[in-house]
Design a protein around this ligand. Structure first.
Ligand code: ARG
Length: 470
């Protein structure tokens, strides 16, 4: 949507929607402090949709005339066009998106415009707008998550048997496949998507009809409005409907978790693309250079994802804090819900999009990954398991292998490079066949169960993962 900047040209004070009982105009600073139109104009499209549904219900219930309804619909449709064209004049004096649109409507259609607000308050109106906006946003986010998941699965498929060291404590632990490692993030995103789907259910309830806080004396039909706006039902308590923003907090919590997952992934990409690891190369178009060090190629995108996670976590804390001290019902505090919410949505949508593209530009250095897996005694557990299968209790096997590792460290070689005679010093059960388990491929292949890193299992996991795209 294009946009005209909000105008701060003072109106005749008598013309504000609520100034009738006031003896002096609101102070300039207060006007600036309390106005929200700068940011809530973003809700315009939803505000208009909500108003049309409300007007139609008022008409159907005989609360206003059908002639007025027709004028309201026509006027609001024109206003929507003006807003989309960027020609709508937003005025700070009119405080927020609701009053700006209502004033314009009244200028266009006269008394019919003044009847639109019958049986409604800005309190239930804004709660409705935010829910409509958030519902649409969640739907966009679900699409964006899927797109990223597809990038992950495609990369995992190329690397279903690419060997890398798996880490615990950032120390080489056991060999894994890169495909398996990537699919861990697929799973995290799957749960993130589930959280958004689940929170959407609670977003998708209609507050309208709650009016300011207690409901309204007009014979309204809330179910009709809910149905026409695509809500699953109505908020069943008017005080709750206008005041709680738990759905926004939930959304932000789901977003913070999503960012946390992407931040972990980013930390890995940053490490892996460092020349110390040199596991991956991130395409140049996702990196920047240094203005002083000509040799530098910096992984800015993953670094910013990690950084922006702090921002989204901050929004979660802001919304929780916004809510915690509020008595029932609506308080102006709630106006502060919008900027954190908008910024959360913007941040995660652009992050998801850039991530999906960036993964398609990740080049994997298989040789370096393999070399790293060979360097950290990654098959030590396999040697212990080998001894257990030959009858040794696990704790004894662990001890024997620890001593063998110590020996290999002294000889500056890998376990697989030790001659059989050396290995047999640590346990006589060790035979020639031990070399099969000491290889990276042997180690991987043996972890052959659902959730394991064996390449055959990774391929099955990819098949299962692809089902979400059908
Ligand atoms: N701009 C307000 C908000 O975002 C709209 C509701 C204002 N209601 C009121 N009684 N002042 O919450």
């Amino acid at each position: 949507m294009q946009d005209k900047p909000v105008q701060d040209n003072s109106l005749n004070k008598k013309s504000t929607a609520w100034s009738g009982r006031f003896n002096e105009p609101v102070a300039e600073l207060v006007k600036k402090y309390t106005a929200s139109v700068d940011f809530d104009k973003r809700l315009a499209e939803f505000d208009i949709a909500g108003s049309i549904a409300h007007a139609q219900m008022l008409g159907a219930q005989g609360i206003i005339s059908l002639d007025d309804v027709a004028k309201i619909e026509k006027g609001l449709a024109e206003i929507l066009t003006e807003i989309q064209a960027g020609s709508f004049e937003w005025l700070l004096d009119l405080e927020d998106v609701h009053l700006n649109i209502e004033k314009r409507l009244t200028d266009k259609i006269g008394d019919a415009g003044k009847r639109l607000h019958t049986g409604r308050s800005r309190n239930d109106q804004v709660a409705t707008d935010v829910r409509l906006w958030l519902r649409a946003t969640v739907d966009d986010i679900l699409v964006a998550i899927k797109k990223l998941q597809l990038s992950i699965v495609d990369l995992a498929e190329q690397h279903a048997d690419t060997i890398m060291p798996g880490f615990t404590h950032l120390q080489v632990a056991q060999p894994v496949t890169f495909g398996h490692h990537l699919l861990a993030y697929f799973e995290m995103l799957k749960r993130d998507a589930e959280r958004f789907v689940d929170c959407r259910k609670r977003i998708n309830r209609l507050p309208l009809g709650a009016a300011a806080l207690a409901g309204t004396s007009y014979p309204i039909n809330r179910e009709m409005v809910a149905k026409s706006l695509g809500f699953d039902g109505v908020c069943e308590n008017s005080l709750d409907a206008v005041s709680d923003r738990d759905f926004a907090i939930e959304f932000t919590a789901a977003s913070a978790l999503l960012m946390t997952h992407l931040s972990r992934f980013s930390e890995e990409l940053i490490l892996w693309s460092s020349p110390r690891f040199a596991f991956v190369d991130i395409a140049d178009r996702f990196c920047t250079g240094s203005s002083i060090m000509p040799q530098k190629k910096n992984p800015d995108v993953p670094e910013l994802v990690r950084g922006k996670t702090g921002r989204v976590n901050g929004h979660l804390v802001a919304l929780l804090t916004l809510m915690k001290g509020q008595p029932l019902a609506y308080n102006k505090d709630n106006q502060e819900d919008k900027e954190p919410l908008f910024d959360t949505a913007d941040t995660i949508l652009i992050t998801l999009a850039i991530y999906a593209d960036m993964l398609r530009g990740v080049d994997v250095n298989k040789a370096n990954m393999r070399q790293a897996a060979l360097e950290g005694f990654a098959t030590a557990t396999d040697l212990a398991d080998y001894l257990v299968k030959k009858g040794l209790p696990f704790r004894d096997a662990h001890e024997a292998v620890a001593l063998a590792v110590k020996h290999a460290v002294q000889k500056k070689c890998d376990l697989a490079d030790l001659p059989l005679a050396d290995l047999q010093q640590f346990n006589a059960l060790i035979q020639e066949d031990v070399y099969a388990v000491l290889t990276l491929e042997g180690s991987l292949a043996s972890r052959n169960h659902i959730g394991g890193t064996a390449p055959v299992q990774v391929k099955k996991a990819i098949e299962r993962a692809r089902q979400i795209f059908n």
